[in-house]
Design a protein around this ligand. Structure first.
Ligand code: AR6
Length: 175
């Protein structure tokens, strides 16, 4: 589905494996080491091949809420933007601000390399325990309010329940 009622990037949502997305950049929900892990991070490293880890070793890690770029290696995407989501600690430890910063920082990195289409996973909603409904609302708000040249943002959900959350948000008026 598409949402073209705003002036920022067009937003769409799909269910599936983000590693197969044919976009300029995919975003990785990494940890601060940037040296791989489970979940979507593990899937991206497996699909991209060992050259990704070699490149990540040169980056010196990444703080929560920030983002760093590598090449896509064996992925269809040209770039991988690695961001570190917040660990959910009940919601009053700045989690929403840090999660919003993951989205805005990732779009800033996308702009730096000229990426026009970017696919995001549901950052922090797996191992890091962020409730999916709250995370989806933060994600959509952050992307809608970002100043970016990115033309298409795709939210790639791993299950239909998460996809429905995004669909509801994308069909509701901009807040
Ligand atoms: N494509 C799209 N989404 C996926 C995929 C995939 N291939 N695989 C999982 N997801 P998580 P986090 C969804 O745990 O919560 C790693 O070990 C998954 O269903 O990958 O930010 C890192 O190294 C969930 O909705 O990331 C960190 O240590 C979402 O991606 C830590 O996990 C995020 O789940 C980061 O935890």
């Amino acid at each position: 589905m598409n949402d073209t009622s705003h002036t920022g990037p067009a937003l769409d949502v799909t269910t599936g494996d983000i590693t197969t997305e044919q976009v300029d950049a995919i975003v990785n929900a990494a940890n601060s080491s940037l040296l791989g892990g489970g979940g979507v991070d593990g899937a991206i490293h497996r699909a991209a091949g060992p050259g990704l880890l070699d490149e990540c070793r040169l980056l010196g890690g990444c703080d929560t809420g920030e983002a760093k770029t590598t090449k896509g290696h064996r992925l269809p995407a040209t770039w991988i933007i690695h961001t570190v989501g917040p660990y959910w600690r009940g919601g009053d430890h700045g989690e929403a601000e840090l999660l919003a910063s993951c989205y805005s920082s990732s779009l800033a990195r996308a702009d730096e390399v000229g990426a026009r289409s970017v696919a995001f996973p549901a950052i922090s909603t797996g191992v890091y325990g962020y409730p999916s409904d709250l995370a989806a609302a933060v994600a959509v708000d952050a992307v809608r309010s970002a100043a970016t040249s990115v033309e298409l943002v795709r939210f790639v959900c791993f299950d239909d329940e998460t996809r429905r959350l995004y669909e509801q948000l994308l069909t509701s008026p901009k807040r």
